[in-house]
Write a protein that binds this ligand. Structure first.
Ligand SMILES: *Cc1c(COP(=O)(O)O)cnc(C)c1O
Length: 408
């Protein structure tokens, strides 16, 4: 028997079944017309934003990292809830456009931006977080060609990383951002070239559950921004402090202590150095805003016993849930929160593995968990499916195709 991850707050049973946004899982499946499907709860996302606003200093702006979940209706919801959007490709820019988001509220990071992407961004007034001197030069050239003043910030490769983070994005040699010591010279060059100087983007890592580690990184980020601003000799209109707020996925994970992070940041803001007094600060969050608000529902197609082990074979799998299968940046496979949605409040009776319908041993959504007895037709819920699910999984693999998505 292996433990399952913790089921996020906000989910209850109705008539013994998992309820999402006040309706039973089977009703959402019926409404979608097919399984598997992703259901995203707008109420849980609103609640998460409200909790964040309450815990963070009032002057901190909150941005949404579109990469976590670019589903159109969800972007539309976010437009009314956050202060800005961070994108990482021309494709994501097109998705935000389709959702009607004002491009002036968007910043664009990511290595390897092509000229066509730079043109689309510059012409619409998107802020570019330049990842290198060469990219900044290309952005300036695009501005000249189009007759538009580009809005340019610099993504800094910080000389520290976010401790305990699931994915390190700073500290040492990295393809992201410009090494800190080269930043002041590029900032001066951007100002001298007549671009609109937008400031710094400093992202040190992702998926941290330790409030002290996040607070420590934010303090280091502020100190770095002040140092770079001083050397650049230019004010910093905007500073993106990164994000990294994690959610509990695995057995033993505890939710982030939001108040501790907010209090520490308020303390930092109370004694900002002179060069940062006029700066507008933001953080950019993806999974923290939407991850726990999403559930992936998939139906049991077959129940098999092999050498005494029970396998519940479902109609979904890693092609929609690469992360839950343990194949998206994890070293040791551990179980996500997974439950039998159709028997949500029933007591566990047997050990079973939930496996997907793909013909590969990698396709495992729960490894030897403790579940109520399941039969073909039952629905399985994989939680924490609101981020890095549909868009971060190989849905074309084995000809399966994408899952339905709904924002409810
Ligand atoms: C991936 C990424 C994010 C979002 O990370 P989460 O862990 O989902 O919050 C934010 N900013 C940058 C630069 C990223 O690469």
């Amino acid at each position: 028997m292996k433990p399952l991850g913790p089921i996020p707050a906000g989910y209850a049973a109705i008539d013994g079944e998992l309820a999402i946004a006040g309706r039973k899982a089977s009703e959402w499946a019926a409404e979608a017309g097919s399984t598997p499907l992703f259901v995203y709860s707008a109420d849980l996302i609103r609640q998460r934003l409200a909790d964040l606003r309450a815990a963070m200093p009032a002057q901190l702006h909150l941005h949404y990292a579109v990469k976590a979940n670019p589903y159109g209706p969800l972007l539309g919801l976010m437009d009314g809830l956050v202060d800005g959007f961070d994108i990482a490709s021309g494709g994501e820019l097109a998705l935000t456009q389709a959702a009607g988001i004002d491009p002036r509220r968007i910043s664009f990071a990511g290595p390897g931006k092509r000229d066509a992407e730079l043109e689309a961004a510059v012409s619409q007034g998107v802020t570019l977080n330049c990842e290198s001197e060469a990219e900044a030069a290309r952005a300036l050239a695009v501005g000249d060609r189009l007759g538009v003043t580009p809005r340019l910030a610099i993504r800094v490769n910080p000389d520290f990383d976010l401790k305990g983070s699931g994915m390190k994005m700073g500290g040492g040699a990295k393809p992201f951002g410009l090494d800190a010591e080269r930043v002041p010279a590029l900032a001066r060059a951007i100002v001298a070239a007549g671009a609109e100087w937008r400031g710094f983007h400093i992202f040190a890592g992702s998926q941290a559950l330790d409030a002290a580690a996040i607070a420590d990184t934010q303090a280091q980020t502020l100190a770095l921004a002040a140092r770079l601003a001083g050397k650049a000799g230019a004010p910093v209109p905007h500073c993106n402090l990164g994000g990294g707020f994690g959610i509990p996925y695995f057995p033993g994970d505890e939710p982030l202590n939001l108040k501790a992070v907010g209090d520490a940041l308020a303390e930092q803001f109370s004694h900002l150095p002179e060069v940062l007094r006029e700066t507008r600060f933001c953080i950019e969050l993806g999974r923290y805003l939407v991850g726990e608000a999403g559930v992936y529902l998939t139906r049991v197609v077959d129940r098999k016993v092999s050498h005494g082990e029970v396998f519940l074979i479902v109609d979904g799998g890693l092609h929609h849930q690469l992360a839950a299968s343990g194949n998206f940046g994890t070293v040791v496979r551990r179980n996500y929160p997974v439950a039998l949605a159709s028997r949500f409040d029933a007591a566990p009776e047997e050990e079973a593995s939930v496996v997907g319908c793909l013909c590969t041993p990698l396709d495992r959504l729960a490894d030897r968990g403790h579940f109520p007895m399941a039969e073909p037709g039952d629905l399985v819920a994989v939680f924490c499916a609101g981020a890095y699910g549909a868009s971060a999984s190989p849905s074309a693999f084995l000809g399966q195709g994408p899952a339905a998505e709904m924002l409810v």
